[in-house]
Design a binder for this molecule. Structure first.
Ligand code: ZN
Length: 366
């Protein structure tokens, strides 16, 4: 992530802080200066926010270390003004493990609150009026805020931890994708209520409602794509009706093929074996530099990739997104039987989503 700095390394995980976080600190400092009018007030305000974010780091560490017990590593923890994010390499597939990982964060906040309560009780400094966040002593405020953090994170809505718990509980009874879609719907219903209450009482809740709504939609979308690509073989999405070029063809032949059909990228073959790819960009560059009588071989990309017809689409999508090759040739028993690019995969996703929604409707009506 750009604009982030590493501040500390805890249990082998780097903790980064995003530049916008400093805007929050400055804003807090300024508002305490305006209200309190002295450096001591600013110091108290800023140290409270720093203590709060230390609790957020411990919360994220709770997720990360629980995930580590299941063999999942965490790349980093990032602190943003809206909270922390633990960048885990993946979520556990086993719903029970996912529940444990999700609950670990809020549990940390409850433990912190309990320890603070114990300390305040022992030292006899607990003040009446728990929700008074202005006059209460520093540690008491920190205790209350940790309880709020735990409760807020347990709301059954993505991207909150409670949303993950709900999804995991549902997926004990149904497939993962369906559980995600259902949990996302619950989250969005929740966001609507939150937004309504926000409109009436507190504009800040409106902002959170929007955050929850978008988070739920994003989670549902990603899961939909992942699940449909996981179960589908390359053969289902590949293009079987396609034109090919040979290195000796002229660019003008490539222009003819481009204008005659809808294909943009062409495999270049020698004796039925793929030796390169000519994309539309390559063709245009060639035309600009040398004109249409030049040869395809001089302008094609020589980095090629192929996939077996039975490979899951999920893997091929990863290669198309990370590699430099825009087109992958598909083979069956070492024979070229098709080509596939990102457009073909997106097309299939749209079709499968439409079919899935139709399925859902029929079931709902019945
Ligand atoms: Zn969390």
């Amino acid at each position: 992530m750009k604009w982030s700095w590493k501040i500390i390394r805890l249990a082998g995980i780097d903790v980064y802080v995003h530049a916008t976080f400093f805007i929050l600190i400055a804003w807090i400092g300024l508002s305490f200066w305006v209200v309190g009018g002295n450096p001591a007030a600013v110091f108290t305000g800023v140290s409270f926010i720093l203590a709060l974010f230390a609790c957020v780091v411990l919360h994220e560490l709770g997720h990360a270390l629980t995930a580590r017990r299941y063999g999942i590593s965490t790349r980093k923890i990032i602190l943003l003004p809206i909270g922390g994010v633990a960048d885990m390499e993946r979520m556990p597939d086993d719903p029970k493990q996912e529940i444990a990982v999700a609950l670990a964060g809020p549990t940390v906040n409850l433990v912190i609150a309990f320890v603070l309560w114990l300390w305040l009780s022992v030292t006899n400094s607990l003040q009446p009026g728990l929700l008074d966040l202005v006059e209460a002593p520093f540690l008491q405020k920190l205790m209350v805020v940790n309880i709020i953090l735990a409760v807020f994170n347990l709301l059954p809505a993505f991207p909150m931890d409670g949303g993950r718990v709900l999804r995991a509980v549902l997926s004990l009874h149904m497939n993962h994708n369906r559980a995600t879609q259902m949990a996302a719907k619950v989250g969005q219903g929740f966001a609507l209520w939150l937004g309504l209450i926000g409109l009436l009482y507190n504009p800040f809740l409106l902002f959170i409602a929007l955050f929850v709504w978008i988070g739920a939609a994003a989670e549902a979308g990603t899961e939909q794509i992942k699940s449909s690509l996981h179960d589908t073989a390359v053969g289902r999405a590949m293009l079987t009706d396609f034109q090919v070029l040979s290195p000796g063809d002229t660019l003008s032949h490539a222009i003819e093929l481009t204008l005659a059909g809808s294909q943009k990228d062409f495999p270049v073959l020698v004796n039925k074996a793929m030796v390169g790819v000519l994309t539309q960009d390559d063709m245009l560059k060639g035309l600009q530099a040398q004109g249409e009588q030049y040869h395809v071989g001089a302008w094609m990309q020589k980095e090629i990739q192929s996939a077996d017809i039975n490979e899951p689409l999920e893997k091929v999508l990863e290669r198309l997104q990370t590699g430099h090759c825009p087109l992958i040739s598909v083979t069956e028993d070492d024979q070229l039987v098709g080509i596939i690019n990102l457009d073909n995969i997106m097309e299939l996703i749209k079709i499968q989503t439409a079919i899935h929604e139709q399925d859902g409707q029929t079931k709902f009506e019945a």
